[in-house]
Design a protein around this ligand. Structure first.
Ligand code: KG4
Ligand code: ZN
Length: 364
C-alpha cells in the first residue's frame, strides 16, 4: 500500500510517498520519495514561528513541492490534522482534501505526535536501500510491549505509554512549557538564533570540551525533580535563567566562554530532569521498549545520557533511538503512522469534513 502524506503543522512543509507492508513482527516501509522545505530561516528574524507567515509559506511551497509527486500513484492521502499551529495545519488539510477529491482517494487525518512516535520505532532495514526502487527501507520489528515513548518537541513534552499498537496513555507531561520551547526561549536570551535547540547544544558541547573550565558561571534549578509523578515543568527553569542573566549584568557582560557555560548548565538541567523522569516512568510502567521522538530527540547530550541510563538501570529494555534525519518534522513520519494504522486494519479514512485541531491529543 502506498500513501502520499502531507505535513504542515509548524514551520516545515513536507510531502512524502511511502510504501508499506505488514511483516511478521511489525511493518516495513520504503520511502519512495520525499521533499521537505524548512521556513526556519524566515522565522528566525522573529525569534520564533509566526503562524500567519507559516501559513503563507506553506501555501506557496506545497504546489512547488508537489510538482515532483504529481505523476505518482498512491492508495490514499494522509495529512497532519494536529496538534500544531491551526493556520499552518489548515493549509495542508485544504491541499490534501482537494488532492483526495481529484484523485478519488481515501483521506487519512493523522496525528503529528503519533507520527513522531511510530517513525522513531522504525530502524534502517537490513537491506536498507532497494536499488530496484531507489527507496530507503525502514522496518519496525520485534517491538516488545509495553512501549514507553518520550515525545519532546517545540510544542510538546509527554511520556506516552503504548501497551498495544495504537492504544495510548499519557503518563506524564509538561505542566507548562514544552522542552523545545524552553530551549528556544533560553537561546533567545543568550542572543542565539532560532531554532535555539541546536545552537544551545553546539555551545554546550563546546563548553564540555573545555578542560580549563572550573566552575560554571551559573547554577540553575531542576524543577519537579522530587515530585512524585512523571510530570515535568520548564517555565521555572526558563525564568531562573532570565533572572540569573539579569543578576550577572546581562548578556553583554558575558564572554563567549561564559555564554557557552550557561548553555551547558541549561542543557544539563533539562537532561537531568528528563533522565530522572524517564527512570521513574520506566519503573512505574515496566516498559520493555523505550523510544524518543520529536525535534529535541536530536539532542546529542540527551541521547547519550538516556542511552547510558537504559543500559545501566533498565538493561532488560530496548532503547530505540531515531535517526537524526527524522527527529524534526517531516512527512515521512506522517506516512508511516498512517500506513501502520491502516495495515493494522484501523480505518481512519474520512469522507466527511474534518477540522485542523491545534490541541489534538494522541489519546483517542
Ligand atoms: O518536532 P519539531 O521539529 O517541531 C515541533 O513539532 O515542535 O521540534 C522542534 C524543536 C525546536 O524547539 C528546536 O529548538 C528543538 O526541537 N531542537 C532541539 C535540537 N534540534 C531541534 N533541541 C535541543 N537540541 C537539539 N539538537
Ligand atoms: Zn513535531
Amino acid at each position: 500500500m502506498k500513501i502520499l502524506a502531507i505535513e504542515t503543522s509548524c514551520d516545515e512543509t513536507g510531502i512524502a510517498l511511502v510504501e508499506g507492508e505488514k511483516t511478521a513482527g511489525g511493518f516495513a516501509f520504503s520511502v519512495l520519495k520525499h521533499a521537505l522545505l524548512s521556513q526556519a530561516q524566515l522565522h528566525a528574524e522573529y525569534g520564533g514561528v509566526y503562524p500567519n507567515l507559516a501559513k503563507r509559506e506553506h501555501q506557496k511551497n506545497l504546489p512547488v513541492l508537489f510538482e515532483q509527486f504529481k505523476d505518482e500513484e498512491a492508495n490514499a492521502i494522509a495529512v497532519t490534522q494536529g496538534p500544531g499551529l491551526e493556520p499552518a495545519l489548515w493549509t495542508g488539510i485544504e491541499f490534501a482534501k482537494k488532492l483526495a477529491a481529484d484523485k478519488n482517494l481515501p483521506l487519512l487525518p493523522t496525528n503529528h505526535m503519533e507520527g513522531h512516535l511510530i517513525s522513531s520505532l522504525a530502524q534502517t532495514g537490513s537491506n536498507h536501500f532497494s536499488f530496484l526502487q531507489k527507496a530507503k527501507m525502514m522496518e519496525i520489528k520485534n517491538v516488545q510491549f509495553p512501549v514507553l515513548g518520550l515525545l519532546i518537541s517545540g510544542g510538546h513534552t509527554e511520556f506516552v505509554l503504548m501497551r498495544e499498537w495504537f492504544k495510548y496513555e499519557i503518563i506524564g507531561e509538561t505542566l507548562d512549557d514544552a522542552v523545545g520551547e524552553a530551549f528556544d526561549k533560553v537561546a533567545r536570551m543568550l542572543g542565539l538564533a532560532y531554532p535555539g535547540g541546536p545552537e544551545i547544544s553546539r555551545l554546550a558541547s563546546f563548553s564540555r570540551g573545555e578542560t580549563s573550565r572550573k566552575k560554571s558561571v551559573v547554577s540553575l534549578p531542576r524543577p519537579m525533580l522530587q515530585a512524585d509523578t512523571c510530570d515535568v515543568s520548564f517555565s521555572g527553569l526558563k525564568t531562573a535563567a532570565l533572572y540569573a542573566l539579569r543578576d550577572m549584568g546581562g548578556i553583554q557582560t558575558l564572554s563567549a566562554e561564559q555564554i557557552a557555560d550557561f548553555a551547558r548548565e541549561f542543557e544539563d538541567a533539562v537532561t537531568e530532569i528528563l533522565l530522572k523522569k524517564t527512570a521513574r516512568a520506566m519503573e512505574q510502567t515496566g516498559a520493555k521498549t523505550f523510544v524518543i521522538g520529536g525535534g529535541v530527540a536530536a539532542n546529542a547530550h540527551l541521547r547519550s545520557q538516556l542511552q547510558k541510563l537504559i543500559e545501566k538501570d533498565f538493561s532488560y529494555a530496548e532503547f530505540r533511538l531515531p535517526e537524526l534525519s527524522i527527529t524534526g518534522d517531516n512527512a515521512i513520519m506522517i506516512a508511516e503512522a498512517a500506513l501502520a494504522r491502516r495495515l493494522n486494519g484501523l480505518d481512519d479514512a474520512t469522507k466527511e469534513d474534518f477540522r485542523a485541531e491545534g490541541q489534538l491529543s494522541i489519546v483517542k
